[in-house]
Design a protein around this ligand. Structure first.
Ligand code: PMP
Length: 355
């Protein structure tokens, strides 16, 4: 292994690449990882020298606080390769800002911007062969922070580990999804951690999601915890409704993740002269719109799937089908968004970031 220090970063390169063992045509989301990983420890009140090493398991004390109190936050972003082999990120500053918003809410130290971008760029340059060309192919990037301090008293840790790992992903052509509107369980509460990408938010969703999957549905659409009358977001996606020609989505709040795809779609809709209403959306109005035919589309938005059309929703014992028009908004938004991400279309809002 060669061992170099660049810009105060220690780099240990893998002796050989695992890439020839990977069948890129048959890849399961998030199971294959690139040759290298980035890590940086927080100790003695400051972030230490970051390093890039071959991808490998960690050695971590069983008493590390993350295992006991769930002090863990993460991000999800993607790198794309264009026709000329250039690698691009999409609005990475927003992911950087969001991981620190999440960290702050979980009493974790914020990660320095220079370390984040230097680490990300160096890692992606080393593993650029893992970013495949082609519509829908991307490298999924997972930055995360965990409380690594070996101590099991219930208080914030004094030691943390920040890491970035990367996983190649294929185009995501899934069947349309059927959802159940939450009436009993809640994902988040006022004053809680719903706006943070905290690991515990996801753990808490698995059980109610499993229950709906046992009845042939795929995901839960979360409602507000107090009344269950307002539609908020899906497990890993924000949610949009098209009523006639208008797009409607809930405002972000301390219960909802401020999705980067969501805000990009809102901008793209405006660029296409589509009216966007950002306001609380009631279950009642969406049921009525489904009944009178004014509900034209429902779709989720997120980094992994870009947009995911919803073909039916269940509320109580009632099931409503969403009958889409021929030219969908979600189809158009997905195309326009991906054309920006893959450096095909003009980037008029400055969203692309070249590696
Ligand atoms: N809501 C939740 C709960 C999520 O986990 C995600 C995925 N990050 C989203 C919405 C969509 O956010 P983004 O568009 O930034 O991926």
């Amino acid at each position: 292994m060669s061992n170099t220090i660049v810009n105060e970063m220690k780099i240990v390169k893998a002796e050989s690449s695992k890439i020839q063992d990977v069948d890129f045509d048959n890849i399961d989301f998030g199971r294959v990882f690139t040759d290298h990983m980035f890590s940086c420890d927080f100790k003695d009140g400051k972030w230490q020298t970051p390093e890039i090493t071959p991808y490998q398991p960690l050695t971590i004390d069983p008493s590390a606080r993350v295992f006991h109190y769930g002090q863990a936050v993460f991000e999800g972003m993607k790198a794309f390769k264009d026709d000329k082999d250039a690698v691009w990120l999409f609005r990475p500053e927003d992911n950087f800002n969001r991981i620190n918003i999440s960290a702050k809410r979980l009493a974790m130290p914020e990660f320095p911007k220079e370390y984040f971008f230097n680490g990300l760029e160096t890692l992606l340059k080393l593993d650029k062969e893992w970013v495949k060309k082609g519509d829908g192919n991307a490298l999924y990037i997972r930055p995360f922070i965990i409380a690594s301090e070996p101590a099991i008293s219930a208080s914030p840790a004094e030691e943390y580990k920040f890491m970035i790992i990367c996983s190649p992903v294929k185009a995501y052509y899934k069947d349309k999804i059927k959802v159940v509107i939450a009436e009993k369980y809640s994902r988040s509460a006022d004053g809680g951690v719903g706006f943070a990408k905290a690991a515990g938010n996801y753990a808490a969703q698995f059980y109610p999601t499993k229950l709906v999957q046992e009845t042939g549905f795929h995901q839960v659409i979360w409602t507000d915890a107090n009344t269950h009358e307002y539609l908020e977001e899906a497990g890993t996606m924000n949610i949009f409704f098209r009523i006639n020609d208008k797009l409607v989505t809930a405002p972000t709040s301390d219960r909802i993740l401020d999705g980067i795809t969501r805000k990009s779609i809102i901008q793209i809709a405006k660029d296409n002269n589509i009216e966007v209403d950002i306001r609380p959306v009631t279950v009642k109005e969406i049921k009525e719109a489904a009944k009178d035919g004014s509900l034209k589309e429902i779709f989720g938005s997120g980094t992994a799937a870009v947009v995911s059309p919803i073909s039916a929703f269940k509320h109580g014992e009632e099931v409503f089908d969403v009958v889409e028009p021929e030219n969908t908004y979600h189809g158009m938004f997905k195309r326009q968004l991906m054309d920006i991400q893959y450096n095909i279309a003009e980037d008029k809002h400055g969203w692309r970031y070249k590696i």
